[in-house]
Ligand binder design. Structure first.
Ligand code: BJ2
Ligand code: ZN
Length: 684
């Protein structure tokens, strides 16, 4: 009895010494010590994995890939260990809300929850390989296979500036043949592994999409998005109808139906997500202030460095944090000529409260100037929240992170601001110039909305199993036609094509709904900061840096950025806008004069589209091959691809010899003809 009591007392003493309640440690000071210890270690672990990833993306070699995969595996082990140790605390019952939020964050593992090391490695290997396939994809000319086009800059340029229907189709189709088909078999396994991993998280996610959506901490998130989208649909449909009318004038009524969807390759962008390059085709009032400042940038000798300095100057002018020297020293602003890199622009936080970088294959044009601001917005967020513990070094939600640079670019893009930075000589202040300006903005912002919305509709369906590998491509095109009102210019071969994979964020596995959210938020923030800055007059004319109270506007922005994700996003929203909800109204207010104008222009036009319409399909004109028995037309990508598509196999016969082979063949021909023709002559 005495002995038992002794043991009991000892246990009690031990428990109270550690302050361990049956459900875990309750001492919050001890918990803070644990967090600061974690924080110092996390900075090192994340720095290492970010560095190895950076090294891979700026030099896509197998060796760099493996180093990066190893670092990712080490990172996963670290976060698993941390979560395990954190579970010793009774954090759900802590009094301090911030501390509770940190513990919640470090207990959420995502795909790092995978316990099976082989599967974890396989997942990271697939991701690395998919990124490589996308970033090294090339499209070679049919008549000159040694002349190959890269996405950036060749195919971007083709889609943006070419106005030849068939050449555009070649570029559009070639990219999908080159990249989508290589990714098609990899993606289903990736989905399986990702779902398997997140199901092992403490929260037992039903699928990866549910996990991704949880970052928004909004119970009716999908419902809210649908409402926002429906509010904006009339605006999109009006822009769509107007652009379709202009494209009919350009390409002919046989190629574009007055009531059908638009062929996807004619919108100036590989994914039809921004139509800005159609500006000169659809300019409402030619002769009035033109908003295409690219020619001016080129004429004035703008450099890539000047584009980044201009953006940095704007942030500084708004009272934000200046880019540190290491940003200028370590970033990659221009595509290197001597190696393969991931060209798609990105912003990097190395999580050591010091190292921040941008990686971008920047071109001197107006579009890239806006993207520079987008990336610099991410960097600004990184710099402003670097004092926060690592789990709070994130946007209030992912959409907030995306909105910062775009928000500032809304001011920079105003004609008056463009004039201030020397990109417009004259600014006319009349209604027609206003409509020109709003059209240029709509071609970038309004055109994006359905695309921003549908990307993750597709992915959520894939992750929850309602879209299966057998229906990946059909379902993709259903969404593309339903939301964007576009159709492929050439029939898709659903058994071989994987068109979603041809958009960076699918192989890169970056969630996309953040951009849709951002396009809503940036107009909310713009409206609120315009009011704070003391701007009066229409919203689209506001340049926050020109308002009398711009300092107050800058302070509000900085106050929100400094919060990181330390509080739920409605708190951050409140700092800037004074209210706590997402709203599409500021976007509508901004474009109201254009909405009125488009409604006028579209009188007699049919808004929307008949989803069953498809463009004319002419085998010869689309570089197709007619099977020898005349039975069907084989698309260029299906010819000589090792699969018999013609019943008589003729699509796999008489295939052109690959260029390396043809060099060998011609060398051999020269050698033989030398022996046959020249030797006898010399012997004679
Ligand atoms: C050009 C831009 C992304 C971005 C890159 C690649 C994926 C994530 C990052 C993150 C930022 C972070 C991009 C711009 C608008 C539409 C979309 C598109 N690149 N990313 N590390 N955009 O968001 O900057 O830089 O959160 O830390 O993809 O489709 O082009
Ligand atoms: Zn971004």
């Amino acid at each position: 009895m005495k002995g038992r009591a002794g043991v009991f007392c000892l246990l009690l003493v031990a428990l109270s010494a550690q302050n361990v309640a049956p459900q875990g440690i309750t001492d919050e000071q001890q918990a803070w010590d644990f967090i600061w210890d974690y924080n110092a270690k996390a900075e090192k672990v994340y720095y290492h994995s970010k560095s190895t990833r950076w090294n891979y993306e700026v030099d896509l070699t197998e060796e760099n890939s493996q180093k990066q995969v190893e670092a990712k595996i080490a990172e996963a082990q670290f976060v698993k260990d941390v979560a395990q140790n954190a579970s010793r605390f009774d954090w759900q019952n802590f009094n301090n809300a911030t501390l509770k939020r940190i513990f919640f964050s470090i207990s959420s593992l995502g795909t790092a929850a995978q316990r099976d090391q082989a599967k974890l490695k396989e997942l990271n290997d697939i991701l690395s390989e998919m990124a490589n396939i996308y970033s090294t994809g090339k499209v070679c000319e049919f008549n000159d296979p040694s002349n190959c086009l890269e996405l950036n800059p060749d195919l971007y340029d083709c889609l943006a500036n070419n106005r030849d229907y068939d050449r555009l189709r070649f570029c559009w189709e070639g990219w999908r043949d080159a990249v989508g088909r290589k990714l098609k078999d990899k993606y289903p396994r990736f989905v399986e592994l990702s779902n398997d991993a997140v199901s092992q998280d403490a929260q037992n996610w039903t699928d990866t999409g549910a996990y991704w959506r949880s970052w928004y901490e909004t119970a009716d998130f999908q419902e809210q998005l649908e409402n926002l989208y429906n509010q904006l649909k009339p605006l999109y449909n009006n822009l769509h109808a107007y652009v379709r009318k202009k494209l009919r004038e350009q390409y002919g009524q046989d190629k574009i139906s007055a009531t059908g969807p638009i062929p996807a390759h004619l919108l100036g962008n590989m994914w039809s997500q921004s139509w800005i390059y159609l500006y000169n085709l659809v300019e409402p009032y030619p002769g009035k202030t033109s908003l295409d400042v690219t020619p001016k940038m080129k004429a004035d000798g703008w450099t890539v460095d000047r584009m980044f300095r201009t953006s940095d100057d704007f942030f500084k002018d708004m009272g934000q944090v200046e880019m540190p020297q290491n940003f200028w020293d370590n970033s990659m602003f221009v595509k290197p000529a001597d190696r393969e890199v991931v060209c798609h622009a990105s912003a990097w936080d190395f999580y050591n409260a010091h190292d921040v970088r941008v990686k971008m294959c920047t071109l001197v044009n107006m579009n890239d100037l806006v993207i520079v601001h987008h990336e610099m917005g991410h960097i600004e967020y990184f710099l402003q929240y670097k004092h926060q513990p690592v789990p709070f070094r994130r946007g209030a939600n992912p959409g907030f992170h995306e909105a910062v640079g775009d928000l500032l670019a809304l001011s920079v893009s105003t004609p008056t601001h463009l004039q201030t930075i020397g990109l417009l000589d004259t600014v006319e202040d009349d209604d027609e110039s206003d409509i020109n300006f709003l059209m240029s903005m709509a071609l970038d912002k309004v055109s994006f909305l359905p695309f921003g919305y549908l990307m993750d509709q597709w992915r959520w369906g894939v992750f929850n199993g309602s879209i299966t590998p057998a229906t990946y491509n059909q379902e993709w095109w259903k969404l593309r036609t339903r939301y964007q009102g576009i159709v492929p210019p050439i029939p898709r071969n659903h058994a071989k094509d994987f068109d979603p994979g041809c958009k960076f964020h699918i192989p890169d596995n970056t969630p996309y709904i953040r951009y849709f959210v951002s396009f809503i938020l940036q107009f909310q923030f713009h409206k609120a900061l315009c009011e704070t800055s003391g701007h009066t007059g229409p919203l689209h004319k506001c340049d926050i840096s020109a308002g009398p109270n711009k300092v107050a506007a800058g302070e509000k922005l900085a106050r929100m950025l400094r919060m990181g994700s330390s509080q739920p996003w409605p708190d951050a929203m409140e700092v800037i806008t004074g209210q706590r909800n997402m709203s599409a109204q500021p976007l509508v207010d901004y474009f109201q004069p254009l909405i009125d104008w488009l409604e006028q222009q579209n009188q007699g036009e049919t808004l929307g589209w008949d989803e069953s319409w498809t463009p004319p399909y002419d085998c010869e004109a689309t570089d197709g091959f007619t099977c020898a028995d005349g039975s069907k037309c084989i698309r260029p990508g299906d010819r000589c691809d090792g699969v018999n598509d013609c019943a008589d196999d003729s699509d796999e016969q008489n295939c052109p010899v690959a260029s390396a082979q043809s060099v060998t063949v011609s060398m051999a021909t020269i050698f033989i003809s030398t022996i046959v023709c020249i030797l006898p002559a010399t012997l004679n």
